[in-house]
Design a protein around this ligand. Structure first.
Ligand code: PHE
Length: 478
């Protein structure tokens, strides 16, 4: 492998970075709130089944292809044929869309962490608004822009540092810290009276949501599938890019199981922090972005004096999770350009490339930062007004009136499933699964359960993916 691209220093470092990419707002905010909306236990069940049948398979596919070619997502597809360049572009565009809304949310998390920090040292961190701060922040455009920019700057500084000295070093400290804080928050929440209802909601076998006409099996399935892709950072070349920095000695198959396993554990743990906390203080679970901000702030406020400490720790934890994910998304774009420059024989300039991409993505994210998350009367008009769709009403689909949801729908709902679907079909039918097996066996380990993987690449993943994609289309076009 060319050292100009960089390489992970150790398998532990790689795992921390990859698990860091996977564990993010998707786990701590998305998972509990989607679970809250779609029936708790039923969602958990389908989610875990999808991780086993699809997540682990696609994860291995991405890691193996990336390591085989030693290139990012575009470089990897081009290595096979020029005609696949559209797959590379799709992935980079997903990265643009996701990072732009992700960083706006990350900025808000940073704002809350700073707010609680100020409270800790005896100042008013929430502009005199108390638990009403979320409604205030949405329209405080200067504040949002400032924290959005700060979050993006933190992201780019780490990526500029490179693979081993930037991303790996940060993740190797941040991820264990995140885990410890999460355990502490879970324990503290568990001793609050009334917390038990939250666990019941998560773990009591209850499948009644399947007969709910509004949601049904289909609704739960769709929510769980989108969540799985997003949460495992799959379908947009992120794991391919991270795989390209892995040494041939590492055990790919084992890594491809550890990452989804760790991600799912953290998602369930995040649920065990958020849901019982909401249950204990009578706050609704299913409040969208508000869950992470307005609801949790209400929870910490009601915990009494120690609530400020727990609140600070909680937002600090979410901030770490968000940063280790945002750097992986920016890395997809950075590697895209670095590979392109190197193919032309140019000396790659990581610092310059990541800075330029971050700046462009920042501009992309401005509508998300300035539309008050679709709450109306904002600085920037809603997508349906600006792009001239027919307004289908707020109950129909949020992408009508919220830029974040529109970006998310295009990336998580369309581009990522297509990316994963096409990749599995290519692996299963065109290139054949032996390329994955051969790459995995380069470390000297025997590839286990080849028949299972072969079957999943060929049939299970494509069928499930096509189904998800169909469901998204139905949603999109009504
Ligand atoms: N997996 C991250 C999360 O759960 C988000 C992400 C998506 C990161 C795609 C990288 C690529 O928050």
């Amino acid at each position: 492998m060319d050292n100009k691209r960089g390489q992970w220093g150790s398998n532990f470092g790689f795992l921390m970075a990859a698990v860091g990419s996977a564990v993010g707002l998707g786990n701590i905010w998305g998972f509990p709130y989607k679970m809250g909306k779609t029936g708790g236990f039923a969602f958990l069940l389908i989610y875990l089944a999808l991780v086993l049948l699809v997540g682990i398979i696609v994860m291995l596919g991405e890691l193996a292809l990336g390591r085989k070619t030693g290139k990012g997502v575009m470089g990897t597809y081009l290595e096979f044929s020029k005609k696949y360049s559209w797959l590379g572009y799709m992935s980079v565009i997903s990265g643009f869309l996701i990072l732009s809304f992700y960083s706006v949310l990350g900025g808000m998390v940073l704002r809350y962490a700073v707010g609680y920090f100020l409270q800790l040292i005896g100042l008013d961190g929430f502009a005199g608004q108390g638990t009403g701060f979320f409604g205030y922040l949405l329209y405080d455009y200067k504040g949002i822009l400032l924290f959005y920019a700060l979050f993006m700057i933190i992201t780019v500084l780490i990526v500029m540092g490179g693979i081993e000295k930037g991303i790996e070093r940060f993740s190797s400290i941040a991820m264990p810290a995140l885990f410890c804080i999460l355990v502490f928050v879970i324990i503290y929440v568990a001793i609050q009276p009334g917390a038990i209802d939250g666990y019941k909601f998560m773990f009591m076998p209850d499948l009644s949501v399947f007969s709910d006409p509004q949601i049904g099996f289909f609704g739960v399935f769709k929510a769980a599938a989108g969540q799985m892709f997003f949460s495992l950072s799959l379908g947009m070349g992120c794991m391919m890019t991270y795989g390209s920095y892995l040494s041939k000695n590492e055990h790919l198959q084992r890594n491809s199981i550890i990452i989804p396993f760790a991600d799912s554990i953290v998602a369930v743990m995040a649920g065990m922090a958020v849901m019982p906390a909401c249950a204990a203080f009578g706050v609704e679970y299913n409040r969208g972005p508000g869950l992470l901000f307005a609801s949790m702030q209400t929870v910490f406020d009601n915990m009494g004096g120690f609530g400020t400490v727990v609140g600070f720790l909680f937002y600090f934890l979410v901030l770490i999770a968000a940063i280790t994910s945002s750097i992986s998304i920016l890395e997809v774009c950075t590697a895209f350009q670095i590979d392109k420059d190197m193919a032309k024989g140019k000396e790659p300039n990581r610092k310059k490339v990541s800075l330029i991409y971050a700046a462009i993505i920042f501009v992309f994210g401005l509508p998300v930062a300035l539309d008050a998350l679709g709450s109306g009367n904002a600085l920037i008009k809603a997508p349906y007004e600006l792009l001239g769709f027919e307004y289908k009403g707020p109950g129909f689909a949020m992408w009508n009136d919220c830029w974040l949801d529109l970006y998310d729908l295009i990336a998580e709902g369309i581009l990522m499933p297509i990316g994963a679907l096409v990749m599995s079909v290519l692996i299963g039918w065109v290139w054949k699964t032996t390329i994955i097996k051969d790459e995995c066996e380069k470390s000297g380990d025997k590839f286990k359960a080849y028949k299972y993987y072969d079957f999943c690449f060929k049939f299970v993943v494509p069928v499930i993916m096509a189904f998800i994609f169909y469901a998204q289309l139905v949603d999109f076009f009504g």
